[in-house]
Ligand binder design. Structure first.
Ligand code: TUI
Length: 311
């Protein structure tokens, strides 16, 4: 399938993998890119040297383009931003903030910059600042979320920007991809489905929680202090939400989550750890290779879109 995004990024399928902390390392990113999508290394809160190492390891596996996501709240964001220039990373996505201060540096190094936006206002600002595309991410997503749904955000962003729009949040199969195209998107970004990929190094306990998740198993912590995080319900969300309701101060709540994502992803502690996942988890039923996922989704999406816009 050819779209403005496949042309811009030189990829075969208009599918981008989310830059998930701890999960989006070189094995997953390389597998997604080798399968025709755009694999992304999630810099998250990792030091710049780790990011450099992951980029190089991914490049040993595939010659296809691989991107990096910069989590703008990271204490290492400045150093990571610089490493991406040195390593000539072709595509940079950003999350959890405004990447304005890095834009000129990345653009003049020839990187394609694609910020995640959760509002029309930020989409507009990013386009003015030189973004090559934007990822409009709805509140169905896992992790740090905005307020609008994908269904409402994507068409509103599409209406005000000229650059291509990538839809994210709540997409996990060919039907979701087709729906995103109908809203005016030129590609999609998926996170949760790729967490359960065979190439994903995520702990089996975490993958099993996603595979067994039901539609209503999603919870959002941190709404009261402006850092909403979507994850699967467990002992930890139960305790956190109770404390939040009781007005426990932010600093104390924060202590509960330090290292909790790592504990779930790396050590498999799905009881007390943070199991970030989107609302689509309930639909994800099996572990597959990235190639199987992308082929299956593209077959389904193209069948649905035949005779509509893309063939
Ligand atoms: O970034 C994400 N998802 C994430 S980041 C993350 S790690 C983290 N840990 C603790 C606290 C916060 C983050 C886990 N999941 N998705 C992209 C995304 N970006 N969603 C929403 C936004 C966003 C929100 C506000 C982007 C820009 C923004 O603008 C604020 C501004 O400064 O204008």
């Amino acid at each position: 399938m050819k779209t403005k995004i496949t042309e811009l990024l030189q990829i075969e399928a208009p599918i981008i993998q989310g830059g998930m902390a701890w999960v989006a390392e070189h094995h997953l990113a390389a597998a997604v890119s080798a399968a025709g999508g755009l694999g992304i290394i999630g810099a998250a809160n990792a030091p710049a040297d780790w990011v450099r190492g992951e980029i190089r390891k991914a490049r040993e596996v595939t010659d296809r383009p691989i991107g990096v996501n910069v989590m703008l709240l990271s204490p290492y964001a400045d150093e990571v931003a610089q490493v991406l220039v040195e390593e000539k990373v072709p595509v940079i996505t950003t999350g959890a903030g405004n990447p304005g201060k890095y834009m000129e540096m990345w653009k003049s190094a020839g990187c394609k910059v694609i910020p995640v936006v959760a509002s029309v206002a930020l989409a507009r600002m990013m386009e003015r600042g030189g973004a090559d595309a934007v990822i409009a991410e709805g509140t169905e997503s896992g992790g740090h979320i905005g307020a609008s749904t994908t269904m409402t955000l994507v068409p509103q962003v599409v209406d005000v920007v000229q650059v291509p729009v990538i839809a994210a949040g709540g997409i996990g199969d060919g039907r979701g991809i087709a729906a995103a195209f109908m809203l005016g998107a030129d590609a999609v970004q998926l996170g949760t489905r790729f967490v359960v990929a065979k190439e994903s190094i995520c702990h089996e306990n975490y993958k099993e929680r996603i595979i067994k998740a039901k539609d209503i198993d999603s919870a959002v912590t941190g709404r009261s202090h402006g850092h909403p995080i979507r994850q699967l319900r467990n002992q930890m969300t139960k305790e956190y939400l109770k404390k939040e309701q009781d007005g426990v101060p932010f600093e104390e709540l924060e202590l509960m989550t330090v290292g909790a994502l790592r504990n779930a992803v790396v050590d498999g502690d799905v009881k007390h750890g943070t199991i970030m996942a989107g609302q689509i988890a309930g639909m994800i039923k099996k572990e597959q290779t990235c190639q199987e996922m992308i082929d299956e989704m593209m077959k389904e999406a193209t069948a649905l879109l035949q005779g509509v816009r893309y063939e």
